[in-house]
Design a protein around this ligand. Structure first.
Ligand SMILES: [Zn+2]
Ligand SMILES: [Zn+2]
Length: 296
């Protein structure tokens, strides 16, 4: 779509192909604290994160779950921060359907600003759709059903803003955002130096996302980004290295359970050191370019 035809302030809507996706895991519908003020809630298979101390009542939401997640997110927020409480802002790690599912309803209800990396804005302002997920990629059932995943852009109009250039995170004092592209062009992770807590979005995961069985049971291990939606494996590798270099103590990812300590350190370092073997699929639409380059 031509940029000039986009009118800010027009009616917000989810992508036109948005629909309920029948996926689940054993942790779906439950939540857990990664720190006193960092709580994550699992919506079907994806984590929604609430940053803020329930005692002072100020908080920020990170990501917005799968389609139709808004009600559930509002209920969790009310339980944790009190009814009628709304966040200072919503931060999106990226705009994939499983991270923006409830966003339009939430913004309509709360009227709070949404922030994402500037390279992600075309997908959030109705301008660009994501490349098609790759059902032929090496990696199981979730990849095979990926043609049903919504890719049409979300339209948030003037409710969505670029993250500040100085890497601060609106609504949060101790956090900074880090550009971690590869899985999506404007993918970001959030980091807090004080306790080395990392929110990694889909830059890496702690469950093998292309294995239906492991998603179901949430078996905990450090893995690369979900394969079927990752289009730039070179950038993705560099992003994982960047995050490993931060030496996070705790990581909450978009998919999987919280990990910390030596298990996280060893797993993340192994992923960074052996990314091509363990994360990059052996075949698939978006690995051809890389293979060609390697042959040169
Ligand atoms: Zn994603
Ligand atoms: Zn995801």
């Amino acid at each position: 779509m031509d940029k000039d035809t986009h009118i800010n302030g027009q009616e917000r809507h989810q992508g036109s192909d948005t629909k309920f996706i029948p996926m689940g895991s054993i942790t779906s519908g439950s939540g857990r604290e990664a720190a006193k003020d960092v709580y994550y809630y699992t919506d079907q298979i994806v984590n929604v994160i609430f940053i803020g101390d329930p005692e002072d009542g100020k908080w920020v939401l990170v990501d917005a779950g799968l389609p139709n997640a808004a009600e559930e997110i509002k209920n969790v927020a009310a339980d944790r921060f009190g009814s009628g409480s709304k966040p200072e802002a919503i931060i999106l790690t990226h705009g994939h359907f499983d991270h923006v599912g409830g966003i339009v309803d939430l913004v309509n209800e709360w009227e709070v600003p949404v922030y994402a990396h500037k390279l992600e804005l075309p997908y959030l302002t109705g301008q660009e759709r994501y490349p098609k997920p790759d059902p032929t990629v090496e990696g199981g059932l979730l990849a095979k059903i990926s043609p049903i995943y919504p890719i049409e852009p979300t339209q948030l109009g003037d409710a969505v803003h670029p993250l500040p250039d100085d890497h601060t995170v609106p609504g949060l004092t101790e956090w900074s955002w880090i550009h971690t592209p590869g899985h999506a062009p404007g993918h970001v992770s959030l980091f807090r130096e004080r306790d080395r807590l990392l929110i990694a979005g889909d830059a890496f995961t702690t469950v093998r996302q292309d294995s239906f069985y492991k998603v179901l049971t949430q078996k905990q291990e450090v893995h690369g980004p979900p394969r079927y939606l990752t289009t730039d494996w070179d950038a993705s590798r560099e992003s994982v290295k960047k995050l490993a270099a931060l030496k996070p103590e705790t990581a909450v990812t978009g998919h999987g359970v919280v990990m910390s300590g030596k298990e996280l350190a060893d797993g993340l370092q192994h992923l960074a050191d052996h990314f091509d073997e363990v994360a990059v699929p052996d075949f698939g639409r978006y690995v051809d370019r890389r293979n060609k380059k390697d042959e040169q």
